[in-house]
Structure formats: C-alpha cells, structure tokens
Design a protein around this ligand. Structure first.
Ligand SMILES: *[C@@H]1O[C@H](CO)[C@@H](O)[C@H](O)[C@H]1NC(C)=O
Ligand SMILES: *[C@@H]1O[C@H](CO)[C@@H](O)[C@H](O)[C@H]1NC(C)=O
Length: 339
C-alpha cells in the first residue's frame, strides 16, 4: 500500500502558466507527496468546496501534466473529457482517476524515481477553471531493502570502485547510495570497515563509537570523502531490495562441498542463493535459521532474526562463517528460486 505523507507548503505564485493568457488562477498552496519506490500513490486534486458542485458536469475536462523546468518540455500524463480518457508516454496504462465522480485525483501505480517531479492538475468546464500543482518525491527504495557490507574472499580492502560495483551485482544487489547507508545507520547498522558508496565516496557507519571506530568522532557516518576509483581499495556497502522469489534452506541429509551445494539447488529447480538474497530474506521477511550454509560467492553464512544461545546470542544478524575451502564437507546450502 502507498505510504505517503502530505506536507502543505505555500507557493507564492502560479503565474507563468502556458495554459491560457486570459485566465487568472488564484494563489494556492502546493502539495508535496512522498512515496516509496514501487508503491501506488495518489496525487490529490480537488475543487475548493464552494465549486465542488460544479464537478459532476458532463463537459468537464481534466488535464494532468508533468511540468518540466522548461515548459516546452512538459509531458502529458492524463487527459479526461467525459467518457474519453487518455494516458500518455511512460504513464500509459499506469495512471487513472482515483474516483472520477468526486474529484480529479489520480493514482499512479508502481512509481519509480523517474516519476519524481512537479505535476499540474487542471480542471476546466467553462464556468470554473482550476489549477493545482503537486510535487511528488519518490524515495529510492529506502525502506524496501537492506544495506549490507561486503568484502570478497581475498579479504578486506581489496575492491576498487569497479570491483565493488561488480561484487554487489554478483550478490543480486547494487552499490548503496549515501541516503541508503544513512537510513541503515539510523536503523542501527554499525560496521568498522570502510566501504564504497555509489557516488564514489567511502564511508562507514558507527552507532557505538569506540577506539578506532569513530572513537574521537562520535556516532555517525564516518567519511573518507571521494576516493580514487581505480587505486582506492576498500570494501563496499551493497543494497538488496525485496525480491519476488523464494529463499530457503535446502533440506537434505548430507554435509556438502561447494560444488555439491550448487548442484543440490539446481536439482531442486533453483539456484544457490546470493548474499543479497539472504540479507533481504533476513531483514524483510524475518528469515531465521541456525544452520551454516554455502552461498554463491563461496562464503558460508546463516541468518538469525531471533537471537539465542549458540546462534548469535546478542543480536539479530546475518552471521558470517567465512570463505572455507570449497572441498570442505561441513555445511548445507541456501537456495533461491525465482517466481
Ligand atoms: C578487480 O578488478 C580487476 C580488473 O577487472 C581484476 O583483475 C581483479 O581481480 C578484481 N579484484 C577483485 C578483488 O575482485
Ligand atoms: C536480483 O535478481 C532478480 C531476479 O533474479 C532481478 O530481477 C533483479 O533485478 C536483481 N537485482 C539486482 C539489483 O541485481
């Protein structure tokens, strides 16, 4: 469901509309709507109460436009005249009037960050002409995902920026943005190794300042600033979003080598899970299993949501066992099946 929040701010003027020279619009508050990536969002547009009765008129025309900096580049979103409705461009079949009897509010489904920006709603029926502007801010998957630190089998501080991008991709994730790391820090992420972010800066999040971990800087995101993308060698913070598939522990009797683990998932119509799948299942679905299992990068981990003795006693976490010898027959396997 759309989680959204409306903030009303007062805009000084709506002058300069290309819509018509002869009409003068009253000064109206503009509305800011915040939405999470991938949700459905309503952009409200209602006539002021005294004019609302005019809304039912047959001749009424509703026009929604996405307003560009340069008005010549405005995009049509939706046009409605009586029974005729049309949606345009990237909005085709994704936008509809929420309740066309009541008002001109629209619903945009499955919003992406590209949908962020200013929208203009115009209601025209010859008697009442009305215009309102709404700003939509789609937040880039801040809540619907998880940030996790990653270092490769070669050990910590081995990734330049390209390596880091590749490493996250291989874990079914992307390099986290500063915003995403900030959100994760607010959610309690504490990690003492510095990692790349998508803007080419290097940071690490500290919630419990101690010794070399932000000891003299206090809790916060500790920044190393922008680093040389070729020569800089750090870990990386990856961001995994929710997935539609199925993450699970493969139930079978034996301890497996890495190759047997890969084959075990294939035989089950799945693939060996990636690190991003495990973090996402742990964080977003509360996945909990106290069995160490192979993952696609050759690491062995297990996800604990309910801390208990012998299984991450003090904190909910994805526990990292290591990158063992791939011939070692000591572990099970986590698989992932697309749906
Ligand atoms: C980083 O990338 C270089 C060049 O693509 C590659 O040779 C190297 O093995 C990579 N290092 C890691 C740790 O992935
Ligand atoms: C993760 O995998 C799913 C399906 O396998 C894919 O649709 C999605 O784009 C991947 N995400 C990333 C960030 O690679």
């Amino acid at each position: 469901m759309a989680s959204l929040l409306c903030i009303t701010i007062f805009s000084l003027t709506l002058a300069g509309s290309a819509f018509s020279q002869s009409m003068s619009y009253p000064t109206l508050p503009t509305v800011m709507v915040l939405a999470d990536l991938g949700t459905n969002v309503n952009l409200p547009c209602r006539l002021p109460a005294k004019d609302a009765l005019a809304f039912g008129n047959i001749g009424i025309r509703i026009k929604w436009t996405k307003v560009a900096e340069d008005e010549a580049l405005n995009e049509d979103v939706l046009l409605s005249m009586g029974l005729h409705k049309k949606t345009f461009g990237s909005f085709a079949d994704r936008v509809f009037l929420t309740d066309e009897v009541e008002d001109a509010t629209i619903t945009i489904t499955d919003v992406s960050t590209d949908d962020s920006g200013k929208y203009r709603c115009e209601i025209i029926n010859g008697m009442v002409d009305f215009m309102e502007e709404i700003t939509l801010d789609v937040q880039g998957g801040l809540t619907d995902g998880v940030v996790f630190p990653y270092s490769p089998s070669q050990g910590r501080y081995n990734l330049n920026f390209d390596n880091a991008t590749q490493a996250c991709l291989e874990q079914n994730a992307s390099v986290a943005t500063l915003d995403q790391l900030h959100q994760a820090w607010k959610g309690g992420l504490d990690w003492c190794n510095a990692g790349w972010l998508s803007d080419g800066t290097v940071h690490y999040p500290v919630t419990r300042a101690r010794g070399p971990c932000g000891g003299n800087k206090g809790p916060g995101l500790i920044s190393y600033g922008s680093r040389d993308k070729q020569k800089g060698r750090f870990d990386v913070f990856c961001f995994a979003s929710a997935f539609k598939g199925h993450f699970y522990w493969l139930v079978q009797p034996d301890r497996l080598t890495f190759d047997e683990a890969v084959q075990g998932c294939l035989d089950d119509g799945a693939e060996i899970a990636r690190v991003g799948h495990m973090y996402s299942a742990w964080k977003l679905e509360g996945f909990d299993r106290c069995d160490a299992g192979w993952l696609a990068d050759g690491s062995v981990r297990y996800p604990i949501s309910r801390p208990r003795n012998n299984c991450s006693p003090t904190e909910a976490a994805v526990r990292f066992v290591g990158f063992p010898d791939k011939m070692q027959k000591s572990y099970g396997v986590y698989c992932y099946k697309d749906e």
